[in-house]
Design a protein around this ligand. Structure first.
Ligand code: FRU
Length: 480
């Protein structure tokens, strides 16, 4: 049956078959959300990259489209972004029918195999039919390479104040910013990051955008940088910087490293172009390079996170991002089917692997533990450890874990952000092979893959707290 194989997510995006990694070319245009993605159509492990394509009217239900970009003599098609060139600045379309332009990295396998360092360059392609068919620009590459081994993942945005296109690009241990007036000629403006943030691995998939601080008129600039390895719980993760961008240079006074998600499975995430600034919508690849190729699915491999709204907040410790599933998910969330309250609670009577669980804790945060379990004796636990002031996800016995040595080895932690705001509302989105744990509307987030061999049929709530308003609601399946 279509999209009913074991572990197949029922309300998260997956390709119909074969390997997927990063989201690419996120663009909202003419009422349609475009999601392109790193895709290898021949196997369920990484291979010569293409851009897969899907569209949606609401970010939840997706229509699969034909492959958008194929490798060519300049290389494989690595990650990148897409813009609507409304004024036809590139001349690749017309004023009447402006082009959709994709900006991506070419990865030349032969160059890499020959031991050269200049095998990644930046190219563009355009579509005059809403992203259905694409033509590569005949002047590619638009940015060549003079010897930088990791030089990739262009994210382009229109910068209103300077009237220019701005590209963020990564170069191993830092980001580079370029400007252009036509998407073809690019000028290097500045660099950022050699002395900032985490450097346990290579910088990948940058994203630069403005965001207003909630409850004020103040605007800041946010720079997302994925890093692999070097994430707080091992392998791949996404850090961010809050600062200023003047059209040429990104600067920040931020001292500490901030992470968008402390779970092990939210990587290479970026935001949609083409939305109003107060709708900064993010999606990440729900995997980790440490074991991405080993997970126990057979027809396809890996899913995207739920699309999430990013908001910027400020407390006594500085700025922080929240990320939380977009409102549209409410349209797929049924009325709660189970409800309870009190000290110790158990929910049973249905399968919980296509559900949203909400609860609150009234008093000060104390130890608590929520355990999902099934008849095979598999257990997924998450909660809070007061002594360590950490939230945790424990998937060590959550189902199939032995397909790779690190996957089920350790319990994963997220520091409490200990704000003046008490951390007392919790949401858990659980699907066939993932759990997304949100504290206070996304102030602390942990996203993790899980592979229970049967659905969880019981949830127990324990600890030193009194639970309030525990609800469990079904989320509707998004595939016909
Ligand atoms: C991130 C990444 C990108 C690269 C792509 C290749 O996961 O390594 O840096 O463009 O995947 O598929």
């Amino acid at each position: 049956d279509r999209f009913r194989e074991s572990y197949r997510p029922q309300y998260h995006f997956t390709p119909p078959e074969k390997w997927m990694n990063d989201p690419n070319g996120l663009l909202f245009h003419n009422g349609t959300y475009h999601l392109f993605y790193q895709y290898y159509p021949e196997d369920i492990v990484w291979g010569p990259m293409h851009w897969g394509h899907a569209t949606s009217k609401d970010l939840i239900q997706w229509e699969h489209k034909p492959i958008a970009l194929y490798p060519d003599e300049l290389g494989l098609i690595f990650s990148g972004s897409a813009v609507m060139d409304i004024d036809n600045t590139s001349g690749l379309g017309t004023k009447e029918n402006p082009p959709m332009v994709a900006i991506f990295t070419y990865h030349l396998m032969a160059g890499e195999q020959a031991g050269r360092k200049d095998f990644q360059t930046q190219g563009i392609a355009y579509s005059l039919d809403e992203g259905d068919t694409w033509t590569k620009y005949d002047g590619n590459p638009v940015i060549g390479n003079d010897g930088i081994k990791d030089f990739r993942d262009p994210k382009v945005m229109w910068h209103e104040a300077s009237g220019k296109w701005i590209m963020s690009l990564v170069a191993g241990d830092h980001a580079k910013f370029y400007s252009s007036s036509d998407l073809k000629d690019w000028k290097l403006e500045s660099e950022f990051g050699r002395e900032n943030g985490a450097h346990g691995g290579v910088w990948e998939c940058p994203d630069l955008f403005p965001l207003q601080v909630e409850g004020s008129d103040e605007q800041q600039w946010v720079l997302l940088i994925s890093i692999n390895p070097g994430a707080p719980n091992g392998g791949s993760g996404t850090q961010y910087f809050v600062g200023d961008f003047d059209g040429k240079k990104f600067t920040t006074t931020q001292k500490e490293t901030k992470w968008l998600d402390y779970g092990t499975d939210n990587y290479a995430g970026v935001t949609w172009n083409g939305l109003p600034d107060d709708e900064r919508t993010f999606i990440g690849w729900m995997s980790n390079w440490t074991y991405a190729r080993d997970t126990p699915t057979e027809v396809w491999r890996s899913a995207m996170t739920l699309p999430r709204k990013l908001t910027l907040h400020q407390n006594d410790k500085g700025y922080y991002l929240k990320n939380f599933p977009v409102n549209q998910i409410e349209n797929y969330t049924q009325e709660p089917s189970l409800q309870t309250n009190g000290k110790a609670n158990v929910l049973t009577g249905e399968d919980f692997n296509q559900n949203r669980i909400n609860f609150e804790i009234d008093e000060k945060l104390q130890d608590f533990k929520v355990t999902f379990s099934n008849e095979a004796g598999e257990k997924l636990q998450l909660g809070y450890n007061a002594e360590k002031a950490n939230f945790f996800v424990d998937r060590t016995a959550s189902g199939k874990v032995d397909f790779q040595a690190d996957f089920g080895k350790e319990v994963h932690f997220a520091p409490s952000i200990a704000t003046s705001e008490t951390e007392n509302t919790f949401s858990i989105f659980i699907d066939a092979s993932s759990v997304e744990f949100f504290v206070n509307g996304g102030a602390v987030v942990m996203t993790e893959q899980i592979f229970p061999t049967q659905p969880y049929t019981s949830i127990s709530f324990e600890g030193d707290v009194t639970y309030k308003d525990i609800t469990s609601s079904k989320i509707e399946r998004i595939w016909d």
